[in-house]
Design a protein around this ligand. Structure first.
Ligand SMILES: Nc1ncnc2c1ncn2[C@@H]1O[C@H](COP(=O)(O)OP(=O)(O)OP(=O)(O)O)[C@@H](O)[C@H]1O
Ligand SMILES: [Mg+2]
Length: 256
């Protein structure tokens, strides 16, 4: 087994990324790196800039300044599909399946929209690929159900399934546990842990900290667009700035 030298450029490199919406600075000179295979948590209060950072990384929103490099290549300024084709996928905070379509069709469209398939010839292949992904996210029994009839927990898994249809090497998950109860959180969490065990690099935004901390070794904290702390769950729980800005004493106890 080869060991990468510690000087290797990070898999994902975010350098001085600033995003302004008019007079509002949603991201303020944010810099950090992510190594291949790492699972990183991204936390912070509402409006801290977490989703905006995902929007910049995935090309949905251009940064005002700064640079993003993915697998050694600058991707700042590229369109979302061009970034997706390089292996970066993301989910959305609000789940929006195609309402008239079955689960397998929703999955297939996840691949089509990123041009993994040549439309037409590939429909049979799309079904096979959808079945593979459905197995990974535990959706196989519901393949022919209309997506809109699924309970929320399964919709969150469908959202992850659609993202991994593109065979990403980096997956950005925006609040995968939002709106879920304990049992559903465990199921989605198990599915994320398996993706991580398979070598996928992940950044996960979550407010449900106890569940998040079981999945991640490192946490990045944003507050008013600034990176205010970076460290292990224990280090973050003990960080005074983070306690004051976000966690409070109760939240800190959840990380201890
Ligand atoms: N397209 C936009 N136009 C104007 N302002 C925006 C836009 N997108 C985000 N913002 C603002 O940028 C700030 C950061 O928003 P963002 O959605 O990134 O926060 P967040 O950390 O994801 O919050 P939450 O935990 O509530 O999801 C907020 O003040 C938000 O209102
Ligand atoms: Mg958000």
């Amino acid at each position: 087994m080869s060991v990468e030298p510690s000087t290797a450029a990070p898999f994902l490199e975010i350098e001085g990324v600033t995003k302004k919406f008019g007079g509002l600075t949603a991201l303020d000179a944010v810099s950090f790196g992510v190594q291949k295979g790492e699972v990183t948590g991204l936390i912070g209060p509402n409006g801290a800039g977490k989703t905006t950072l995902f929007n910049v990384l995935s090309g949905f929103v251009p940064p005002t300044s700064g640079r993003v490099a993915f697998r050694g290549e600058t991707v700042t300024g590229l369109r979302p599909h061009a970034i997706a084709r390089r292996g970066l996928a993301r989910t959305f905070q609000i789940v929006r399946p195609f309402p008239g379509l079955a689960v397998h069709e929703n999955l297939a469209v996840g691949g089509l929209s990123n041009r993994v398939f040549d439309a037409g010839r590939e429909l049979a292949g799309a079904r096979a690929a959808a079945e593979q992904v459905a197995t990974r996210v535990g959706l196989l029994p519901w393949m022919d159900r209309r997506a809109t009839t699924l309970p929320h927990g399964l919709l969150k898994r469908l959202e992850i399934g659609r993202a991994i249809m593109t065979h990403p090497s980096l997956l950005l998950l925006d609040e995968p546990f939002a709106g879920l109860g304990g049992h559903e959180i465990d199921e989605v969490s198990g599915c994320i842990a398996e993706l991580a065990a398979g070598g996928l690099t992940l950044i996960i935004i979550e407010h449900k900290l106890r569940a998040l901390m079981r999945l991640v070794r490192r946490v990045i904290v944003l507050n008013f667009g600034r990176l205010i702390a970076e460290g292990s769950p224990q280090e973050i729980g003990a960080n005074t700035l983070v306690r004051e800005a976000y966690l409070g004493e109760k939240g800190a106890a959840r990380l201890a």
